[in-house]
Design a protein around this ligand. Structure first.
Ligand SMILES: C[S@@+](CC[C@H](N)C(=O)[O-])C[C@H]1O[C@@H](n2cnc3c(N)ncnc32)[C@H](O)[C@@H]1O
Length: 263
């Protein structure tokens, strides 16, 4: 669907259409152009293969998920969140809501969760999976009506790597930063390297993360996730090989990090 044909944004709570904030003409045009390009790139994807590949019944997907969850839990605890009760959490590009579901299991409260998702079918899937109290806002995140400084944790997982326009990436980073409350943190999980098999994504090295969030303090960064093609190959032999290969940081393709917003 073209971005211009999208129905108004709606929330799971109200089904209403909050007014979109106005943007400058230049901003609105280029922002919607990149959002439309993202939609076109996702339309090319093989959704059946994706569903199989990311299903937790797939041994490699399960190993990747479990390793990331362990790293995430340790990171959250180090950053003062041994339990997510009371945390106002927003995920940009929440897809079908899988990460938000995981956060509920860590104590997050549905009424304090917000997911922003560009693609209508993914936003609908997130609404179907999450408790009704969670708010899912469909449309381009740049136009989402989020109050400045209203979130304790803002999460982005493999969204920036799917944005090929530098200026759009920066505008989205600025918005995420604006939404964070002082003392809050931005939780980042994304590719470090380009993927030669998928030109629709690009790696985001640490130097670029620093550029995107110049006011932020990266306080906890580590490489995670055994390169997925390798993970799939070794898990076909035995899932027990995953931690052995993953012990080599050079074989890990993603970075998990926390960017603290000072008080
Ligand atoms: C690779 S998926 C990751 C989904 C989810 N974060 C996860 O980890 O499973 C990236 C998601 O970001 C969404 N996205 C990309 N650009 C967006 C934008 N401008 N506003 C809202 N969502 C966006 C895409 O539609 C897609 O669902």
């Amino acid at each position: 669907m073209m971005a211009g044909h999208r129905p108004p944004q709606e929330t799971a709570q109200h089904g209403a259409a909050p007014a979109r904030p106005r943007a400058g003409r230049g901003d609105a045009l280029s922002a919607s152009a990149e959002a439309a390009a993202v939609e076109r790139r996702y339309a090319r994807r093989d959704t059946v293969r994706d569903a199989q590949r990311y299903s937790l019944f797939d041994p490699a997907a399960l190993a990747i998920h479990q390793e990331r969850q362990r790293a995430l839990i340790r990171l959250l605890a180090r950053q003062g969140w041994p339990d997510l009760r009371g945390a106002r959490i927003l995920e940009v590009g929440c897809g079908n809501g899988g990460n938000l579901l995981d956060l509920l299991r860590l104590g997050a409260q549905a009424e304090l969760l917000t997911g922003l998702e560009l693609l209508p079918e993914r936003a609908a899937a997130a609404r179907a999976r999450l408790p009704a109290a969670a708010q899912i806002i469909e449309g381009d995140a740049l136009a989402a009506p989020i109050e400045p400084a209203s979130q304790d944790i803002v999460l982005q997982a493999t969204v920036f790597s799917s944005l090929l326009d530098d200026a759009f990436q920066q505008r989205l980073a600025d918005a995420l930063w604006r939404w964070l409350a002082p003392g809050g943190g931005l939780l980042w999980y994304d590719f470090v390297f380009d993927n030669p098999a998928n030109r629709d994504v690009r790696g985001v090295p640490l130097s670029r993360v620093r550029q995107l969030f110049p006011q932020g303090r990266i306080v906890d960064a580590r490489r995670v996730t055994l390169a997925p093609p390798l993970a799939r190959a070794v898990c076909r032999v035995s899932p027990r090989l995953y931690p052995l290969l993953n012990a080599l940081p050079l074989l890990r393709t993603h970075r998990l990090l926390w960017i603290a917003r000072p008080h």
